[in-house]
Design a protein around this ligand. Structure first.
Ligand SMILES: Cc1ncc(COP(=O)(O)O)c(C=O)c1O
Length: 433
């Protein structure tokens, strides 16, 4: 008899949380690491939100509360849905979760039977792929292409839809690519979904980066296309917009109140409710007149950094990087660096078992961290299935510009260090890859 159930062996993970001990290991040797791996804005929660949370604590708002989320917050979210997406949403269709993440797995749990297919973006947020096999559903990666700015064509999606498709996950602006689909793209994708899918197929639209778009591009939700509100779960939260990853407040808007109530019951079964003092802080964050200004200033800063760092990356021999339309990530192509350093050859000569465990971009990631003290994320941290032969990194621009520039300098040094890579493979590969 095995200790753990088979299904748990199918659960993936988010490597952004796994690279931490490697960074600590390098820093223990006395070297400082430039962290370009971070998935959270390097800003602080606005003071007025902090004050509200403190006030709520003083009011002893520290008890169990509505498992669906406080009505005051759900009403504020419903108003935001009207303002941002033109949708009339009853607060009864809104459910609050501990972050944007839980509704990903919950939706797969609620909507998918064994063998049902989940279409999701790859590269994409790793939790989309992680949950499908765990729940006995079938992962169907939608490989987004660099030459299409990591967006999606209706034709591409159409080819992936089958009679078993049950859930279609979209994420714009995207983690990890920063890709943003246009209104026209989403309208044509919606037409395909309406034409090919039964009304019971759900779209999970992960809009957690909704406020972080550049170059005047307005975020657009597929739920705003006529006929799509009834098929779409809109997910968002406070982690990115308000730089509040530790607050653990996210939410989803469901097509019907009945569906929302199923998720409320999952909340009851898993964690009862979300801290009410934080929920009141989140409500104020949405309602406060200073919030648009605060968000705009953060977005402006990300945009300035993006412009500088994309240019610097493209100046490195062997790296090409597109200019993302949103979020705070860059997704450079390092295929030529992998070739130049001998990473591809080293990978090809590995045993099948080793090849399963690593990839050329993961090898570069470890080399860059241990030999050049710069932490980045590798391609396969954002969906592994069918990603062979894709050599990318994700760099976060959630650090001050001088830090980012130092990170680029270290990446450039790593990208030229063929000898160092050879040494790394001899001395550290067995232990680290
Ligand atoms: C696309 C995407 N969805 C969801 C989440 C989860 O956000 P939260 O920290 O609020 O759970 C993240 C966080 O990185 C993300 O990038």
């Amino acid at each position: 008899m095995a200790l753990v159930a088979d299904r748990i062996t199918q659960l993936g993970t988010e490597n952004a949380f796994k690279i931490g001990p490697h960074i600590v290991a390098v820093e223990k040797t006395g070297k400082n690491v430039v962290r370009l791996n971070l998935g959270e804005p390097d800003f602080n929660l606005p003071e007025y939100v902090k004050e509200e949370i403190k006030r709520q604590l003083d009011l002893n708002n520290t008890h169990y509360c509505d498992p669906k989320g406080l009505l005051s917050l759900r009403q504020a979210i419903a108003r935001q849905m009207k303002e941002m997406r033109g949708l009339d949403v009853s607060p009864e269709r809104v459910v609050v979760f501990p972050g944007g993440k839980p509704s990903i797995g919950f939706c797969q749990e609620v909507y998918c039977n064994t063998g049902d297919e989940v279409i999701y973006p790859s590269p994409g947020f790793p939790i989309y792929e992680s949950f499908t096999r765990y729940l006995g559903a079938k992962p169907v990666p939608m490989h987004l292409k660099e030459e299409e700015d990591f967006t999606l064509t209706a034709d591409h999606l159409s080819r992936l839809i089958t009679a078993r498709t049950k859930l279609i996950i979209l994420n714009f602006p995207s983690n990890p690519t920063g890709g943003v689909a246009t209104k026209e793209q989403l309208e044509s994708i919606a037409e395909v979904i309406k034409a090919k899918c039964s009304p019971d197929v759900r779209v999970y639209s992960d809009e957690i980066y909704e406020y972080i778009t550049f170059d005047g591009q307005k975020p657009f939700s597929i739920a705003s296309v006529p006929g799509m509100e009834a098929r779409t779960v809109i997910s968002s939260g406070f982690s990115k917009t308000f730089a509040w990853t530790g607050g653990r407040i996210g939410y989803a808007v469901f097509p019907t109140e009945e569906e929302a109530n199923i998720f409320k019951n999952l909340n009851i079964n898993y964690f009862s409710c979300i801290p009410p003092f934080n929920q009141e802080g989140a409500r104020l964050a949405l309602e406060h007149p200073d919030s648009p200004k605060v968000i705009a200033s953060m977005v402006r800063t990300f945009c300035e950094r993006r412009d500088v760092i994309v240019k610097q990356l493209n100046a490195i021999d062997g790296i090409t990087c597109r200019t993302p339309g949103g979020a705070f990530y860059l997704f450079p192509n390092i295929a030529r660096v992998c070739k130049k350093l001998g990473i591809i050859d080293a990978f090809e000569s590995m045993s099948a078992d080793m090849k399963q465990r690593t990839s050329p971009s993961a090898m570069f990631q470890m080399f860059a961290l241990y030999q050049h003290q710069v932490a980045v994320m590798d391609r396969n941290s954002f969906g592994k299935i069918g990603a062979e032969g894709q050599h990318y990194l994700r760099l976060s621009i959630a650090s001050e510009l001088p830090v980012l520039e130092e990170g680029v300098r270290r990446l450039e040094a790593a990208s030229k260090d063929r000898e160092g890579f050879g040494r790394f493979m001899k001395e550290r590969a067995a232990e680290l890859l």
